[in-house]
Ligand binder design. Structure first.
Ligand code: FES
Length: 263
């Protein structure tokens, strides 16, 4: 949710008509959350450094051109922010439409159904229909037909089952980079990276085999915990379904003791 800042000088700004005072360096997204306004987001979390890639959290700021990402924009004295203007709502809905246009429509049979941030954000932005169709030249028609049938894009690399604890399904990846950042910031392992561009972009181990088993992954589970969709799924969840309750315990995968949220 943007980099937390708890020690800076107090800064007062206005968000959706309400004055709020937060420490200098706080992100607009975090300040809005403290004022009770939840701005839609996909790439930001409470624990990872802000990245600013999904563009779902855009806001309007008086006197500034464009619509900056609230997760990477620090507050400033006297700043006037609008988080719910028609302009930003339209942009967010358009962003979600693009995400969903490149995502399998198999929610009812997906292991993350009901516990999927992409699904939540589609609802939060009011997305009901996806307008984008396959081009006449058929360039993306295979992808489009597969998506309509709830299947994976045939252009994607196959599912990676190599890790004993979790699977990686590239067809569901929105390339938010949260797993890559969790691997770096939580575990300090640097086992993952993003490879490719556009429709071909995906999480990669960067090894010759390009799977999790051949990477430096230590199976800590930080990437699975960070994933907002069903791209990275614990094998137990796939086999047994989403649990009805959760407990906080020390992660059984490794000895770091990072209080991984086991379910
Ligand atoms: Fe701010 Fe993704 S949440 S750009």
């Amino acid at each position: 949710m943007g980099t937390p800042a708890r020690e800076g000088a107090p800064v007062t700004l206005t968000i959706d008509g309400f004055d709020i005072t937060v420490p200098e360096g706080t992100s607009v997204m975090r300040a809005a959350a403290e004022a009770g306004f939840q701005i839609p987001k996909l790439c930001a979390t409470d624990s990872l450094e802000a990245f600013g890639s999904c563009r779902l959290c855009v806001v309007e700021i008086e006197g500034r051109r464009g619509t900056p990402a609230s997760c990477t924009t620090p507050v400033a004295p006297g700043m006037v922010v609008r988080t719910q203007s028609e302009k930003v709502k339209k942009i967010r809905k358009g962003v979600m439409e693009l995400y969903i246009s490149d995502h399998p429509l198999d929610c009812l049979t997906c292991a993350a159904n009901g516990d999927c941030e992409l699904q939540d954000m589609a609802g939060a932005t009011g997305l009901r229909d996806v307008r984008y169709q396959a081009p006449a030249d058929g360039g993306m028609s295979n992808h489009f037909e597969a998506r309509q049938n709830g299947e994976a894009n045939p252009q994607y690399v196959p599912k990676d089952d190599s890790n004993p604890y979790f699977t990686y399904d590239p067809s569901k990846c929105i390339v938010c980079n949260r797993c890559v950042r969790a691997c770096e910031e939580v575990q300090g392992t640097f086992a993952l990276t993003i490879a490719g561009r556009g429709f071909d972009s995906r999480v990669s181990a960067g090894t010759a085999a390009d799977d999790f088993l051949s990477s430096d992954c230590v199976s800590c589970g930080a990437c699975v915990q960070a994933c907002p969709t069903a791209t990275l799924q614990e094998k137990s969840v796939i086999e047994l379904g989403t649990p009805e309750r959760s407990v906080i315990t020390t992660c059984a995968y490794c000895g770091v003791g990072c209080s991984f949220k086991a379910e």
